[in-house]
Ligand binder design. Structure first.
Ligand code: SAH
Length: 369
């Protein structure tokens, strides 16, 4: 966390978002408030408005002196994301928003309403450096890490619009999944700080419990181990996509740095430390990783390593532009599920929300919009 005051007021360099309240620790916030000519206790007032009231609008902050209020709020809560457009599908239950950051970077987040929850899929990076060949975001490379403020803002904006009825009636944002653009474990310190602020109880945090936050990773082992040490009980999801190293080296290229055995061992340490069940993501790709023998191998491997403390999420592949790969036929998918379950491992097929608006898993690639 930076404590250097002048940063708040210097013009942003390209790539570096303006410093926001969310980027500062408590002392940094008080310092920044003082540098803006206000007494330090106003840091707490701003914090309550932003996290508790989900607002960055000076008009809502009637407990601040009217003189200079707008300038003060603009200095501490600068506008980090402007909406370019939102599109809805699934009868209004899915809503993708394209945001522009201060430097023109485009990012996306997707809000989904289910009968018993409202989930936001957030981006942790602009682009992604992991280069998985079936993922649209992976094709464009990494542009930059998002700041804590830019991650928290996606959540704050979605929580406010859910409360205000954007999904067709008042609701409450209940779940967060780090499954938008980027590899969250490659932007580790910012993602973890964002998780802390999202999960802290109101009015000093957004109040979405860590247990309702999922962090999804290709399997960056040192970062998984760091997460284990934090003792924050988020749900960990590992994008496995394959039970054997030879094929995984091509589907998830970072596998040649940390192989399946190493990734699952790190995940096991996380499960042991938190008692939380591991999620395994598996994009089912026709004739690539959908063979019955791979289902048997996957089920046996996960049963041996995790017993009941694992769940497999199959994701029917969302075809990306220019790729010849496709989802597996339904009967193949059903056979795959049956075989994984036959090993005693729970397995479900993820719904394909957002497909028609390119908002489904692996389709987020704002740079191409
Ligand atoms: N970098 C993180 C988050 C990525 S998005 C990770 O890899 O886990 C979340 C999930 O969507 C990942 O499991 C990812 O592999 C999967 N995914 C990516 N492209 C996809 C596609 N075209 N079809 C289905 N799932 C895809």
């Amino acid at each position: 966390m930076t404590k250097s005051l002048p940063l708040v007021f210097t013009a942003p360099r390209r790539g570096k978002p303006p410093t926001h309240l969310a980027d500062l620790d408590e002392q940094g916030r008080r310092n920044a408030v003082q540098a803006a000519g206000q007494p330090p206790f106003r840091a707490d007032q701003l914090t309550r408005h932003y996290y508790g009231g989900l607002t960055r609008s000076a008009q809502d902050m009637t407990d601040l002196p009217a003189a200079g209020r707008q300038e003060f709020v603009d200095a501490l809560l600068p506008e980090l994301l402007t909406e370019v457009r939102s599109i809805a599908c699934d009868d209004g239950d899915t809503r993708k928003t394209l945001w522009r950051a201060h430097d023109g970077t485009l990012i996306e987040s997707v809000l989904m309403r289910y009968p018993e929850r409202v989930t936001l899929c957030v981006s942790s990076q602009a682009g992604c450096g992991m280069a998985c060949p079936f993922c649209a975001t992976g094709q464009g490379g990494l542009q930059r890490n998002l700041s804590v403020g830019e991650i928290v803002e996606q959540v704050r904006l979605a929580a406010a619009s859910t409360r205000d009825g954007v999904l067709g009636g008042p609701g409450r944002l209940s779940n967060i999944v780090f499954m938008g653009m980027g590899e969250p474990m490659a932007n580790y310190p910012r993602v973890i700080e964002a998780v802390r602020q999202i999960s802290a109880p109101g009015p000093h945090g957004i109040g979405i419990s860590a247990r309702s936050i999922t962090v999804s990773t290709v399997g960056l082992v040192p970062a998984i181990d760091k997460l284990t040490a934090e003792k924050i009980p988020v749900r960990l999801a590992v994008s496995l996509h394959c039970p054997d190293d030879e094929l995984r080296n091509t589907l998830v290229p970072i596998n040649d740095r940390w192989n399946i055995g190493e990734v699952l061992a790190a995940a096991r340490r996380y499960v042991d430390a938190t008692g939380r069940r591991l999620s395994i993501e598996y994009a089912l790709i026709r004739d690539i990783n959908d063979q019955p023998w791979r289902a048997d191998m996957l089920g046996a491997l996960l049963q041996r390593e995790f017993g009941p403390l694992v769940h497999v999420n199959l994701i029917p592949l969302n075809p990306t532009p220019g790729s010849e790969w496709d989802a597996s036929p339904k009967p193949v998918e059903e056979e795959f599920v049956r075989r994984v379950r036959a090993q005693g491992v729970t397995c479900t097929v993820r719904d394909t929300r957002g497909q028609e608006i390119a908002a489904a898993c692996g389709q987020l690639a704002a740079a191409e919009v």
